[in-house]
Design a protein. Structure first.
Length: 264
């Protein structure tokens, strides 16, 4: 929330700030948006080019990331779900086996499978448009690759929900379904931001997550690193032990969540 100021001059400045935000493209992230995103994710946000979806109060729900990051890494996950209440609710569905259930339905329901393939194509088209607006241009390394398991299976519900929130209802059938199924914990019509993340002090300014050391590596390079850690943790080798943490699944997000600078 914006701080209240007692002076008439301060009030005018705050009102002008609100007006400036209203006048710009609602997708364009403001400094306040980036601050909120960093607090939601628990780390300094990177490479966010747009806000894909907003809460009824105006806070970000989804961060839109360019298809090529500022460090040159191709990044297929365009829509990154950031709001902690939604990511937690979606994680409940994943823990309940909903992804497996949906993937099985894709093999037996031709109509659903067709609409899911259409969602895949819509995702690719949206990512290309984001790349054009962001100035990154074509990214041949991820051509034809969307996210979340599309077009044939469900690999990450957070990706599908992020897509549905950004694209609107009727584009991604399984993302829409997941949103309906988290209604006991979150709905579009209500703000759940109060108390959802730490608003005290300075926003996070250092990314301490282990994944930053492996981001952008190929599957072969990642496997080589894992093999090296397994060798180090073998008894008698002087390694760090079996309690050495593995690579984080994303930027300080819970397992199964999605976000900027994390590939799905």
């Amino acid at each position: 929330m914006y701080a209240r100021v007692a002076s008439q001059e301060g009030t005018s400045v705050t009102q002008q700030h609100h007006q400036d935000e209203k006048d710009q493209d609602p997708r364009t992230p403001s400094e306040r948006d980036l601050d909120v995103l960093s607090r939601q994710l628990g780390r300094p946000v990177r490479d966010v080019v747009e806000i894909g979806a907003r809460c009824v109060c105006g806070n970000a729900l989804v961060a839109t990331t360019a298809p090529r990051l500022s460090n040159g890494i191709p990044f297929p996950t365009t829509y990154y779900l950031t709001h902690p209440v939604i990511t937690s609710a979606v994680s409940r569905l994943e823990a309940d086996g909903v992804m497996t259930e949906m993937s099985e339905r894709l093999t037996s329901d031709g109509d659903l499978a067709g609409r899911y393939r259409a969602a895949h194509q819509a995702y690719l088209a949206a990512r290309e448009a984001v790349g054009e607006r962001a100035g990154t241009g074509a990214v041949p390394e991820i051509e034809g690759v969307s996210a979340g398991g599309m077009p044939t299976r469900v690999k990450c519900l957070h990706v599908l929900v992020g897509h549905s929130l950004a694209a609107g209802p009727g584009v991604n059938p399984l993302g829409d379904e997941a949103i309906a199924r988290i209604a006991p914990w979150w709905t579009r019509e209500v703000c759940y931001c109060e108390g959802a993340w730490d608003t005290s002090g300075q926003a996070p300014d250092a990314d301490l997550s282990r994944h930053t050391r492996t981001q952008g590596l190929s599957p072969e390079e990642l496997e080589a690193k894992r093999a090296a850690r397994r060798r180090e943790s073998t008894p008698g080798t002087g390694g760090p032990g079996n309690d050495e943490p593995t690579d984080q699944p994303g930027p300080t997000e819970p397992s199964g969540s999605t976000g900027p600078s994390k590939e799905k």
